[in-house]
Design a protein around this ligand. Structure first.
Ligand code: G3I
Length: 383
């Protein structure tokens, strides 16, 4: 982009010089400032909102999984209701993750009852379309996703959680490629300290619930890749250090773990790409897989009514630098992949969660590409 602007600017300057020598003008007119190329024109000429299938497929640009979070089952935005999403998924992505329907309460609503129908439909869809499935998530503290029976559970927690993990992972043995075994088990306790989150699982079993889940998942499907997944790891130094010391301890004690998931719900100008890259490098130094599991980039901190051109361009550059940082910090064999947390801006979780307009994703609501798409594509293409 910079090169093109430079060439255009150079042409304008040459024209101006030509005018000056052949037809002298008063100084103020002889050296007019180069015509400003506004951001909307740059988008129109270089990053146009083409239809999703008129641009290179993202998955074709990477040799690691490119994933998408989807709704399924009876959810309002299920891909089996909004079937026009399916061609977009098939064009660009080779990995899927359920945003909701594979969480604890959906698969295990009662102590002795598991419900797999909705997730089965999604896993079959992925298989039929040569997509990998990433399972999200076997254990998560989030209150509305914890099965009711667990909230008042007074039996043997270890046996119950082992059964929870075993039933689910064995049901999808050989079909779900990787799992977020435990999600968000560590929290920041102050700006500079972190600790295990005092979830109901922690209160019942202490930190051992985490390793138990990894051990049981490995028993249930020895070939599934097992991830620990969390947010803010890309900038919170104490949280990353705490997480990595847990991982190091697992490795030392031969607790099975294959990867670290960075959710990466990031912002336009925070955290710095230096921090992001350093965090990826530290994780990669464990020789495990490193996966970006929930990528999106929030842009609207001023409550703007629409995504303006300069923010869209800044977001494009931000996507590019994040994907580049991943490629530079994580060796090819350790790249678990990059997954986006939502297909179109209109469906982002951020709008209801933060109660504001947001445009954090790479597709417009009509499935045309945003400038953000070009940022990802350029980085994947090594540009
Ligand atoms: O399907 C019902 C719908 O029938 C109802 O009308 C509506 C009213 O609230 O709720 C709908 O369910 C919502 C569901 O998303 C479907 O979109 C739930 O209330 C809502 O709690 C649920 O939120 C999800 C949240 O996790 C909790 O599961 C978000 O979609 C999902 O994006 C979010 O994902 C999390 C990751 O799992 C972990 N990392 C952070 C990430 C974002 O918060």
């Amino acid at each position: 982009m910079k090169t093109k602007i430079f060439i255009f600017g150079a042409c304008l300057m040459l024209l101006a010089c030509g005018n000056k020598s052949s037809n002298p003008q008063p100084t103020s007119q002889a050296n007019p400032p180069p015509a400003a190329i506004d951001d909307a024109s740059i988008i129109k000429s270089q990053y146009p909102p083409l239809a999703f299938d008129k641009v290179a497929s993202l998955k074709s640009l990477a040799d690691f999984p490119i994933g998408m979070e989807v709704a399924a089952g009876d959810e309002e935005r299920s891909i089996f209701k909004k079937t026009d999403q399916q061609p977009v998924l098939q064009w660009h992505f080779n990995s899927l993750v359920a945003g909701v329907i594979m969480k604890m309460r959906h698969l295990h609503p009662e102590e002795n009852r598991f419900t797999f129908d909705q997730a089965d439909e999604l896993v079959s869809y992925a298989e039929q379309n040569n997509m990998l499935m990433h399972g999200h998530t076997l254990i998560w503290h989030w209150d509305s996703e914890i099965p009711d029976f667990m909230k008042t559970y007074s039996g043997d927690w270890k046996t119950m959680l082992d059964q929870h993990v075993y039933e689910i992972v064995s049901h999808y043995k050989g079909r779900v490629k990787s799992w977020d075994v435990v999600n968000e088990a560590i929290e920041e306790t102050s700006p500079t300290t972190s600790d295990y989150r005092p979830s109901i699982f922690y209160k019942a079993l202490g930190k051992t619930y985490i390793e138990n889940a990894f051990i049981t998942a490995r028993q249930a499907d020895p070939n599934a890749e097992l991830y620990y997944n969390d947010y803010n790891l890309e900038y919170n130094h104490s949280k990353l250090a705490f997480t990595l010391s847990m991982v190091d301890d697992f490795i030392k004690r031969k607790i099975p773990i294959d990867g670290i998931g960075f959710q990466m719900h990031t912002q336009l100008d925070y955290p710095s790409v230096v921090d992001i890259k350093a965090a990826f490098s530290k994780a990669a130094a464990r020789n495990l897989k490193v996966k970006i599991t929930e990528l999106d980039i929030a842009v609207n901190f001023t409550n703007a009514p629409s995504l303006n051109a300069s923010t869209a361009l800044a977001q494009k550059n931000r996507y590019k630098e994040i994907v580049k940082a991943y490629l530079e910090a994580v060796p090819p064999a350790q790249r678990g992949g990059i997954t986006f947390w939502g297909l179109v801006d209109g469906e982002t979780w951020m709008r209801s969660f933060y109660n504001r307009l947001e445009w954090p994703l790479v597709f417009n609501d009509d499935y045309s590409v945003k400038p953000a798409y070009y940022g990802v594509a350029e980085a994947l293409s090594g540009k």
